[in-house]
Design a binder for this molecule. Structure first.
Ligand SMILES: [Zn+2]
Ligand SMILES: [Zn+2]
Length: 200
């Protein structure tokens, strides 16, 4: 299956990097449990390049997920309050509105995301090193400022994301030109300090 790709570039040089390298499943081995690792394209000072970096869970990220869940729950209870009372319990599912079903799905996946995030925070609570570059293992790397990949932008053009290309002075941009690629997705295990474990 192919998926749309965002390309990072620079306004002053030919730097280029696909977000497709973040695809796949990477996890920490926490005892017997697999805990999903979050990654993003970031800047590694050691590689002097863009690359896949580890994004560690933090309190702000947990709060964000909690707020999202609460917002969906509040919306769902509004929908429920506005819908006519059911007469018989077996009519319940037949009477569900599409809006209600969508919101129930959103509540469920937001709750799962929050639980997964909490698990990751707990697993990584004694973590010493900062998020690492997954190419070279250095933790001397930076997350890019928040930005969006608009995969279906009708008028695609490179958008600066508010980050200067270190050592170059150009602006890092993101660009989705409708390019799709399919690649074999990686599945890699790491220890809790973010070091790659040998494949079993
Ligand atoms: Zn540059
Ligand atoms: Zn690196």
């Amino acid at each position: 299956m192919s998926m749309p790709v965002a390309t990072y570039g620079c306004t002053a040089c030919d730097l280029s990097c696909w977000d497709a390298s973040t695809w796949g499943y990477r996890y920490y081995l926490h005892g017997e449990t697999k805990v999903r690792m979050r990654v993003a394209i970031g800047w590694c000072h050691a590689c002097a390049d863009l690359g896949v970096i580890e994004v560690l869970p933090d309190a702000a990220g947990e709060l964000e997920r909690q707020r999202k869940l609460e917002a969906y729950r509040a919306e769902l209870s509004e929908v429920l309050a506005a819908s006519p009372p059911r007469k018989r319990w077996w009519q319940f599912s037949a009477n569900k509105s599409t809006r209600q079903m969508i919101l129930e799905g959103e509540v469920e996946s937001a709750a799962e995301a929050l639980a997964e995030y909490r698990l990751a925070r707990e697993a990584l609570s004694s973590r010493v090193s900062r998020g690492r570059c997954l190419r070279c293992g250095s933790d001397d790397c930076l997350q890019l400022p928040p930005h969006e990949a608009r995969y279906y932008d009708p008028e695609p053009r490179p958008e600066p994301i508010g980050f200067e290309h270190p050592g170059c002075g150009g602006q890092i941009t993101i660009y989705c030109d409708g390019l799709r690629v399919s690649m074999r997705l990686t599945e890699k295990a790491y220890d809790l300090e973010g070091s790659l474990l040998d494949p079993v």
